[in-house]
Design a protein around this ligand. Structure first.
Ligand code: BGC
Length: 708
């Protein structure tokens, strides 16, 4: 008998259930208030893991209670949402996705793991890989955007980064890939609302990233709060047992979302605590996060025969195995150095942040700021807002260690007079500060206008029905634009904002999202020309909130959109096209693609397609191009999306230089879920398309034929 089986054999019912009970700590509260009695819970074996605790002293103190005062001396799992950094905060995931660079995604996760582990954390509730196609949903900020292929790459990179090659290593933490299901498809983008997606959309769009994370070895999975077609994911055996454990062969731990098991009663599928506990355990949830439903409900559920000892013990074994895999049974204090987490990664944070900036428009050449600029007005509520730069969920991030736009510009341009006026608050309707801001603009040579959302306007509970600038920021922006000085707009937000009037009038607009600890330096690098912007949108950017959900991977319509044609798939009042397509992003360089080749033209299922394209930098600035490879399947047994992303490559080219990019694409990548949702590869013609965005007008295309 191994030590885990011995432990299990020695456990009372209460101790078994305790291993499945994750208690909330006091440091960051992310759901209904945490129950008291954490320490007593640990001592008595009623608590097997905690969440939202960090700091080596605090973690070790609690760990010591488990190891010295509980009967079985089993160490605790200590979990925290290290979503995009720990003490060093990187850009929010939606912004980091703009890099389209899995190596960097992995590196930031690795760094985050090291910092979090130095603070005693051994489990993170990340990565979040929900495909998000509706910018009203606040959690789009935490996601890698709209595309299933990108979400899958992100899932793999992050899982590998957090966990490293050895989960036991002092700098590794267990990843919890979340939120399994189709959380991003909540009705009308409203937080926690119903989800009703087809099985096809579930399998084609929302699940691939989770399958990829499992294949990459994610230690844990967190189901979404929501219900899909009437079945809460927390009680969804078809998804958690049949698909996740069965089809994907996941043998790790499933951790409920915060209080989600108790909420099965509110969903109307459990009559009482015992039923809620039984439904969740039977569906495959091992750990109850913060609801105490297992502790209070499982004994009765067992007595009533709603669930069996075998199911309970299987979950306990999985939890113990994770503790063992993490090295906790051998070295429970291995994580959490005396000094705690230092900021080990400021240079990396700056590099990633500047690469996450997307130059959305440049109507007049205002970038980079010319060297003879002597007086800049930084206007707007987000010009000097350290807390906001960290984004909606940066638990251990510190505003006092965060560089604002104002600070970044002042450091980068020491000989320039840089004055600041917020003008208005982000959300309050109080325009009285606008005149002072306008006065400043009149005397300056250039205005840097910092508008957008506060961090709390996205993230969990951050759904918005409007995608405009909150408060009276539009009045401020219009007054600033009316002055007639060159205006560069920095748009901070956790989502695309629908601001056609701003894109039409401002000289340049940059999406600066929430860039993290080094935000200000990164922004200054881009504005001064120290860095040529290279970020590309991982989401389609709407013109109007009424276009949501919006994404490039549409299926063909029988009556495709035709401008001016009423009986076509369009709107009467807003164009059907987005403001900016998926993949959009300008720079000081411009690139032309030519000579797309696909070979061979006729292939079999086991072959690979060799794709190559020429790229020319037509500009006087060196820069980086991002090339997207899409496929299309114009005739199939199931109508296929007009474009499907299959690969991305970036290429750096000096001014005037030429280069080429090649891919080796297995034909198997053209498979899709067939009528029964199993992958099928149907013979016929496929399109291969390469471009700098998902704008179909701009793509180079060639055709291949798959023979039976
Ligand atoms: C969120 C999760 C998070 C958990 C713990 C919940 O409210 O939905 O994403 O991991 O809180 O903080």
């Amino acid at each position: 008998m191994g030590r885990i089986d011995r432990l299990l054999a020695d456990m009372s019912l209460g101790e078994k259930i305790g291993q499945l009970n994750m208690a909330a700590s006091y440091r960051a509260v992310t759901g209904p208030a945490a129950p008291d009695g954490l320490e007593e819970g640990v001592r008595s074996g009623r608590v097997g893991s905690v969440l939202n605790l960090w700091g080596s002293a605090e973690v070790h103190a609690l760990q010591r209670l488990a190891l010295e005062e509980s009967r079985l001396r089993i160490p605790l799992l200590v979990g925290l949402d290290a979503m995009h950094g720990h003490r060093t905060i990187f850009p929010i995931p939606l912004a980091e996705a703009c890099l389209f660079d899995p190596d960097t995604w992995r590196e930031t996760a690795r760094t985050t793991a090291a910092e979090a582990a130095a603070d005693g954390v051994n489990l993170t509730f990340a990565p979040m890989v929900d495909v998000a196609r509706d910018p009203r949903w606040g959690r789009i900020a935490e996601s890698p955007g709209e595309d299933p292929w990108v979400a899958s790459e992100f899932a793999v990179a992050k899982t590998r980064g957090f966990q490293g090659s050895d989960l036991r290593a002092a700098g590794s933490v267990a990843a919890t890939t979340k939120h399994l299901g189709a959380y991003g498809a909540v009705t009308a983008g409203r937080e926690y609302a119903s989800v009703d997606v087809s099985e096809r959309t579930l399998h084609e769009v929302h699940l691939p990233a989770f399958a990829a994370a499992v294949a990459a070895g994610t230690a844990a999975i967190m189901p979404a709060f929501v219900e899909i077609a009437g079945v809460p994911v927390t009680a969804n055996g078809a998804l958690l047992r049949d698909w996740l454990r069965g089809r994907c062969a996941f043998d790790g731990v499933v951790i409920s979302d915060y209080n989600a098991i108790a909420e099965l009663r509110a969903h109307g599928v459990a009559a009482d605590t015992a039923e809620a506990a039984a439904l969740a355990l039977r569906a495959g949830i091992d750990i109850d996060m913060a609801s105490e439903t297992y502790v209070r409900g499982l004994p009765a559920a067992l007595q009533r025969g709603l669930v069996g000892q075998a199911e309970l013990e299987a979950s306990v074994l999985r939890v113990l195995r994770l503790k063992e895999r993490l090295g906790l049974l051998d070295d429970p204090y291995g994580r959490g150095t005396a000094a705690g987490a230092a900021m080990t990664a400021r240079p990396l944070a700056r590099e990633v942040a500047r690469r996450a900036v997307v130059l959305l428009t440049q109507r007049r050449k205002v970038l980079p700021i010319s060297a003879d600029t002597r007086h800049i007005a930084v206007i707007g509520p987000l010009g000097s807002a350290p807390r906001e730069m960290l984004g909606p969920w940066a638990a251990a991030g510190r505003p006092e260690e965060t560089v604002t736009t104002l600070e970044g510009l002042r450091t980068a341009l020491p000989h320039c007079r840089i004055e600041f006026s917020p003008g208005v608050a982000t959300a309050a309707v109080d325009p009285h500060g606008i005149p002072a801001a306008i006065e400043l603009c009149r005397t300056a040579q250039l205005v840097v206008l910092c508008v957008g959302e506060d961090a709390s306007m996205s993230g969990e509970g951050g759904s918005r029905a409007e995608l405009g600038l909150p408060g009276c920021q539009r009045a401020l922006a219009e007054a600033v634009l009316d002055v007639g000085k060159p205006v560069i707009v920095l748009l901070s937000s956790g989502r695309p904002l629908a601001l056609p009037w701003l894109f039409e009038r401002a000289d340049a607009v940059l999406a600066t999202w929430f860039l993290g600890s080094e935000a200000g330096h990164a922004i200054a690098d881009v504005l001064t020309g120290e860095f040529n912007p290279s970020g590309r949108l991982p989401v389609t950017w709407p013109r109007h909130v009424g276009q949501a959900p919006i994404f490039y991977g549409q299926r063909p319509s029988g009556r495709p959109a035709k401008a001016g044609e009423r009986l076509s798939s369009t709107y009467l009042d807003v164009p059907a096209t987005p403001q900016f397509p998926f993949g959009h992003g300008l720079s000081s360089s411009s690139f032309t693609l030519c000579d797309l080749r696909c070979a061979p033209h006729v292939l079999r299922a086991t072959d690979s397609i060799e794709v190559s394209v020429g790229v020319r930098n037509d500009s006087a600035s060196g820069g980086e191009a991002t090339l997207f490879l899409f496929s299309s399947d114009p005739l199939a047994s199931i109508s296929r999306p007009l474009l499907e992303l299959k690969a991305v490559r970036r290429i750096a080219l000096a001014a005037g230089a030429r280069g080429s990019v090649g891919w080796h694409l297995p034909v198997a990548a053209l498979a899709f879920p067939g009528a029964q949702l199993a992958p099928v590869l149907e013979p016929g013609r496929f399109g291969i398309h390469v471009g700098q965005s998902a704008d179909r007008e701009q793509l180079l295309s060639c055709e291949i034929e798959l023979t039976a």
